[in-house]
Design a protein around this ligand. Structure first.
Ligand code: SF4
Length: 463
């Protein structure tokens, strides 16, 4: 099968040729390169630089809420399975401590343009706890009137009232974990959420006036077939979310314990996955969705596509975003931040998280200080990932290099991508073609200097 739209032609052959394992570049360097050489002192310095500067980028805030009531077998997130809702109250007390410690370091400039609640299941919190969290966040950070406030929703945990409450608290974007509507697939991954349940939640979001509704789908799950996923797509297209993320399930049971519950014989073959992906992509394009890149689609009028068109699309740990370069501060277990030219990540276990905060210190586990070479490569890789042109002149001016000689080796390595029509290279720069948007990881990897070093990470394949 070949995916065709007016400007995209993606054949099976093209996918087989460029389907290599690689990072998804929500950061550069990727999180597997963060290390303990980045100490608490290093992190403090980056935070305090904000306090000492007059011109700072605005903030994006991420809060990780790790609790879930039951285990989805495909899960690769850092979560805690519990039905004991009293644990949320304790966690909130520690989030408050962490926010106070960060706020004290970064000084008065706490303008924020984005908030994302992820998990785990953010809606594990009761309405009163959600209000408490938002009071806490707003107490420490000053959100602009047009700030993007997003929350990940597990449809099994929300009522119409919860969604109205979230809208009342200022949330304007929801993201629903849909995955697949087929009952056999849902049973095989231990996540039962009938279509009617999701439909009620999506309808309630619209009624509550959320600006954008996203649906996450996953292909490659056990018991999935081309026909079953087609039926899921019928329902999803009818629900008409503003954005759709079509993720590839990466089965890594040695790394993610939950996935050991999946019966491997039930997984679709590599060939079936490829067909499911191609068919899904074609159907979403035919239904009028625009392909943003990697796993993401949106309606043409959605802000994400508008940002792609006016070249203001960015990429952060939540994927594609419309907000321009921000400093990102992550709160909660395993949360990642990006402040200045640094990345930081908090400890992964709740026990260690509480211990650090009880000792009055930020729960840092590891991080990374970027070199000038990293900063330049990050800019290039992120521009490629967002299908923005890489402008040689702009990079030469910003970093005092001659792109063509500094990256002569990389330009040589890009020739197969150029020959396959994934990118165009001319005297001014590199442009990703519409077809190339699926393969931006392979293009970006050419500029990733760290790939030459060994890693413990298990990168996923494209399909
Ligand atoms: S997929 Fe989401 S809801 Fe399911 S266990 Fe993982 S974090 Fe929890």
């Amino acid at each position: 099968m070949t995916v065709t739209s007016p400007d995209i032609v993606i054949s099976e052959e093209l996918i087989r040729k460029f389907d290599r394992q690689g990072p998804r570049y929500t950061s550069y360097p990727t999180a597997d390169r963060f290390n303990a050489g980045f100490t608490l002192d290093s992190y403090h310095q980056y935070l305090e630089q904000r306090a000492n500067r007059t011109e700072n980028p605005p903030l994006s805030i991420y809060v990780h809420l790790p609790f879930c009531e039951s285990l989805c077998y495909f899960c690769a997130c850092n979560k805690i399975i519990t039905k004991d809702h009293s644990r949320a109250a304790e966690y909130l007390r520690y989030l408050e401590k962490e926010m106070a410690l960060v706020a004290a370091r970064i000084g008065k400039d706490r303008r924020a343009v984005q908030l994302h609640l992820g998990g785990g299941t953010p809606t594990f919190l009761s309405p009163a706890e959600m209000r408490q969290l938002m009071d806490m966040v707003r107490g420490h950070f000053n959100f602009s009137d047009d700030a993007e406030l997003g929350v990940e929703i597990d449809p099994r945990t929300v009522s119409e009232d919860t969604l109205a409450m979230l809208a009342g608290l200022g949330f304007n974007r929801t993201s629903f974990g849909v995955q697949d509507f087929d009952p056999d697939v849902q049973a095989a991954v231990n996540r039962i959420q009938p279509l009617e349940m999701v439909e009620r939640a999506v309808t309630a979001s619209r009624k509550a006036n959320f600006l954008s509704v996203n649906a996450d789908l996953i292909y490659g799950l056990p018991k999935q077939t081309l026909a079953s996923f087609d039926r899921t797509l019928d329902s999803v297209i009818r629900l008409s979310p503003d954005r759709i993320a079509l993720y590839n399930y990466a089965h890594l049971p040695s790394r993610f314990k939950a996935q050991r519950q999946i019966i491997e014989l039930d997984l679709p073959s590599a060939e079936a996955r490829l067909q499911i992906f191609l068919r899904s992509m074609q159907r979403l394009l035919d239904a009028g969705y625009v392909y943003i890149g990697l796993d993401h689609f949106s309606k043409p009028e959605d802000e994400l596509n508008q940002a792609r068109l006016n070249r203001s699309l960015h990429r952060n740990f939540q994927g594609y975003t419309t907000r321009a370069e921000c400093d990102l501060i992550g709160f909660g277990v395993s949360a990642i931040g990006k402040v200045g030219d640094s990345y930081s990540q908090s400890v992964r276990t709740i026990k260690a998280y509480y211990q650090h905060l009880d000792a009055g210190e930020l729960p840092l586990e590891k991080g990374y200080s970027l070199t000038q070479d990293d900063v330049m490569r990050r800019r290039i890789i992120m521009e490629l990932m967002c299908s923005s042109p890489v402008d040689f002149g702009a990079i030469n001016a910003a970093y005092g290099i001659d792109f063509r000689s500094y990256f002569a080796g990389e330009l040589e390595l890009l020739k197969p991508c150029e020959a396959a029509g994934l990118i165009g290279i001319d005297a001014d720069g590199i442009k990703v073609t519409p077809t190339g948007r699926l393969f931006v990881r392979a293009v970006g990897m050419v500029f990733d200097k760290h790939l030459a070093q060994p890693t413990t990470a298990a990168y996923s394949k494209l399909i």
